[in-house]
Each structure stands twice: as C-alpha cells, then as structure tokens.
Design a protein around this ligand. Structure first.
Ligand SMILES: [Zn+2]
Length: 182
C-alpha cells in the first residue's frame, strides 16, 4: 500500500507578495508579537523612546477631515497609527464615507498616544497605534454614549473591538481597538 508523502514540513511553497489579512491579536503576548514589544522602548524615566514611532508608526491620509476633540478650531486630515494598521484604517474611513456616514463622526479623540489606560495601570492600546477614539464629548467613559450603530458595525466588520461593549465604569463608547482580551 502506498503511503501518502508527508508534505507538511520543509516544503517551500512560493507565496504571492501580499501580506495576509491581519487578525486582531488576543491578549498582551499576542499584541506584543503582532505589533511590537513597546516595553523595550520605554526609557528608565517612563517616557517613550521616539524610535518607537520611527520603527512602528505611520500616517494615514483621511478621506475627509476630522475635527480635533481637544481643539475645535482645528481639523486632522491624517492620523498616526501602527504601520500594520494603515490599510485597515483606510478601509474603515473609506466605508464610512461611501455609506454617507461622515457627519456621524463629529470629532476625533486620537489614535496613537502613549499613555496608561484611564481605568487601570496597563498601557492603553493607543500606545501601539491600534485604537481610535471618536466623538469623545458625548461618549464619556462609563456612559452609554451616542455613537452611530452603522459606524460601530463598520469598525466591527474590520476586526475592531468596541469599548461600548465593556461593562459598567469600563464602558468606553468612544473607543475602538484592534485586539481582544486586553
Ligand atoms: Zn480610546
């Protein structure tokens, strides 16, 4: 009887030069493996080495300008996110525009920001540039908020976890992050 040849190991199959679709990591270890070990970039005084931005972050042009939540006299026409997230953010904002929902995004509360979580001592997922805050004025942490359901579905469809699904005081309706279990 002929045994089928085991081709599982050691065979080199030529792959097309396209990065596979990014899957949202689960938990800190997977976040570090997927988006980089930020702890190696935190200096003894607690500040973030600017090499982190140089090594891992990129700017993405937005299809429509966003009002800055911290300065309503200014708008952003790009955001700074993790370099592996650029296509995902591009796709999300293109969908928002295509579906005529851009007026639902009244302000932008930030994407990359090095900081601890507001309710805890862990680093915020904003530190990796994999999270975004929208309409923070009316979506204060712990409140129900008023984010548009279709906008939430677009982010979910792209693989984001919505902070509005968290319970009680952790509820963070302005916040979307591209990871789970963290
Ligand atoms: Zn946030």
């Amino acid at each position: 009887m002929d045994q089928p040849q085991d081709q599982a190991e050691g065979t080199s199959v030529s792959q097309p030069d396209v990065e596979p679709a990014l899957v949202a990591p689960n938990g800190l270890e997977e976040i570090l493996a997927t988006f980089g070990d930020i702890y190696k970039y935190i200096r003894p005084d607690g500040s973030l080495d600017p090499r982190w931005q140089a090594d891992f972050l990129e700017r993405v042009a937005l299809p429509f300008p966003l009002l800055l939540s911290w300065d309503h006299s200014k708008t952003a026409d790009q955001l700074t996110c993790h370099k592996r997230m650029t296509e995902i953010f591009r796709t999300v904002f293109a969908s928002i525009q295509q579906r005529g929902l851009q007026a639902k995004i009244r302000s932008f509360g930030g994407c990359f920001a090095f900081r601890p979580q507001r309710t805890g001592t862990k680093l915020s997922t904003h530190s990796w540039g994999i999270a975004i805050d929208l309409n923070p004025e009316t979506n204060v942490q712990g409140t129900l908020g008023d984010l548009d359901a279709e906008v939430i579905e677009i982010f979910r469809g792209a693989g984001f976890k919505w902070g509005g699904d968290w319970e009680g005081c952790r509820r963070d309706a302005m916040h979307f992050q591209f990871c789970t279990g963290y």
